[in-house]
Ligand binder design. Structure first.
Ligand code: AMP
Length: 526
């Protein structure tokens, strides 16, 4: 038996007095208060019938109590299953039927509407968690009472907070092996139904430590946290890295440029998706003075445009550090903290991570600069898909490498470049067209904000290369095609260039190419 994530990462001794997290409305928790609150929450989970190995499914707003619930679930030896707050009852039904949680936690507002679903699925226990308004005055270091007797009966209380009240502030963490599951995260799944990626305590602990060391986190850091906490980025990359370093977090309820700008001067690191950076650049208030205390800006979850890199550097003096990972593996690559950060690259593999590029058909490893399937192996790689051994087998190579579904290449220096999802690869007239290559050409044209290149059904070509462009000024389709004709081979040339005011993105900033393909499916069908 070894330590589970909480015991392994949460500071002890002198570190307990430090602040762990502070919300934008002034609620705060020291590490000591985090320990006490998560102990009370772990006792509440046990009282609700949660046993080691059980799943705790959670669909709640971002709040300090939600973070406490996450860590309490792990302390109780159970498996945390966060769900996107945007999921409808029908979507929720799929996840709950698949994961069979012992406990489902939702907001008080949704409780009544979900009752028929929860009854039909016979979910053994249900509790509510409210994102209570701040009680501590901003600027104080007072710990906010979470589920303490003092806030019983508060209008914004949920039944889970009530269940925590009066519980002991000490909990003996259930011992966990590194191979024991800590969380199940359903992947966005571009095709077919979402699969639950089972991440172990060992996966999360090693990735948090590696990232904290690679990005030089210390207890003096204040991490600006504006990400959702139902996704690996905001939950594991951000929270676990802060824990591993004994650092502090400034917790914003959501990404709001004005709120971020208000809190940036108190922070030293920000983790964001590319859209954060794009939207902040539109703010006149983003200046070098605003970021004077910042030492690092990190981006991931979707590709960062070269233009965003350039504009951010010009405005703030910082070169954004881009990294790459996915739900099943945690983080795999990162540009270096010291050393060259290469725009357009996600950097070399992290220590402990082995990465190779293979031929999609034969599976053999390819030489440097060849584009192929990115495969990774290391202590960060998940244990498999929940109750789906055949899907796990499909994704795992015989020698333990996981096939990420991303196409990319490695250069001679070991830097990795992501070309896009294999499912977005276009095969036109029998030739492979990598959308990224054409998108880079389009993005470099004057008057182009950004672009997405997709393949659409075409009687003659199988798939026709098609560009969707967001223009900054009126552009002509014929002129764009004519310019590109001089730059790319004929088989890669978009047959059509369509204009749109924006690209469809999900909450993590990923362009939804499946949505674009559906929108324009009939374009070449006569
Ligand atoms: P998720 O499992 O939701 O975290 O999505 C993982 C996917 O996001 C990866 O398989 C990549 O396709 C994409 N992704 C993550 N980080 C980057 C990045 N820095 N550049 C390009 N794509 C990325």
């Amino acid at each position: 038996m070894s330590d589970g994530l909480f015991a392994a990462l949460c500071p002890t001794g002198a570190g307990l007095a430090r602040e762990f997290v502070r919300t934008s409305d002034g609620q705060a928790l020291s590490y000591a208060a985090l320990r006490a609150a998560s102990a009370r929450a772990a006792h509440a989970l046990v009282a609700l019938g949660v046993r080691p190995g059980d799943r705790v499914a959670v669909q709640v707003e971002k709040s300090l109590t939600a973070v406490v619930l996450y860590l309490a679930t792990l302390r109780a030896g159970a498996v945390y299953l966060p769900l996107n707050t945007a999921y409808t009852a029908a979507e929720l039904g799929y996840f709950l039927a698949d994961a069979e949680p012992t406990l489902f936690v939702c907001t008080p507002e949704r409780r009544a509407a979900l009752q028929p679903l929860l009854e039909r699925l016979a979910v053994p226990a249900v509790a509510t968690l409210a994102a209570a308004a701040g009680t501590a005055a901003a600027g104080t270091s007072t710990d906010t009472d979470i589920g303490d007797a003092t806030d019983i009966g508060g209008a914004a209380e949920g039944s889970f907070q009530l269940a925590m009240a009066g519980k002991p502030e000490h909990f003996d963490d259930v011992a966990r092996l590194a191979t024991d599951p800590a969380a199940i995260l359903y992947t966005s799944g571009t095709t077919g139904r979402s699969k639950g990626a089972v991440l172990t305590h060992g996966n999360l602990i090693c990735n948090a430590r590696t990232l904290a060391a690679s990005w030089r986190f210390t207890s003096a850091d204040v991490l600006l946290h504006a990400l959702p906490i139902f996704h690996i980025h905001g939950l594991f990359v951000a929270i676990n890295v802060a824990l591993a370093a004994g650092a502090s977090m400034r917790f914003l309820p959501r990404f709001d440029p004005a709120l971020v700008l208000r809190h940036l001067p108190d922070c030293s690191v920000m983790m964001g998706v590319p859209t954060f950076y794009v939207r902040l650049l539109r703010e006149a208030q983003l200046t070098r003075e605003k970021v004077a205390g910042m030492r690092l800006f990190i981006s991931g979850s979707a590709p960062l445009l070269l233009e965003t890199h350039r504009a951010w550097r010009q405005r703030t003096g910082h070169l954004i550090l881009e990294r790459y990972g996915l739900t099943e593996t945690g983080m795999n690559c990162s540009n270096p903290y010291e050393g060259e950060r290469v725009p357009g690259s996600v950097g070399p593999p992290l220590p402990d991570v082995r990465l190779r590029v293979t031929d999609q058909v034969s599976g053999t490893a390819l030489p440097v600069e060849s584009i192929g399937m990115i495969e990774v192996k290391g202590p960060n790689v998940f244990s498999g898909y929940w109750r789906a051994p055949d899907k796990t087998r499909e994704a795992m190579r015989a020698d333990g490498f996981f096939s990420t579904g991303d196409l990319g290449r490695i250069d001679a220096r070991g830097y990795v470049y992501i070309v896009g999802r294999a499912t977005d690869l276009i095969i036109s007239g029998g030739y492979n067209v990598y959308p990224k290559e054409i998108e880079l050409e389009l993005d470099a044209l004057p008057g182009v904000v950004e672009s997405a290149v997709i393949g659409l059904p075409h009687a003659e070509w199988g798939e026709a290369v098609t560009a969707v462009v967001v223009p900054a000024m009126p552009l002509s389709e014929a002129a764009v095609i004519a310019t590109l004709r001089e730059r790319v081979a004929a088989y890669k040339l978009p047959k059509r260039v369509l204009f749109a005011t924006e690209l469809p993105r999900n909450v993590m900033g990923k362009v939804q190419k499946a949505q674009l393909r559906a929108r324009y499916a009939q374009l070449y069908v006569s």
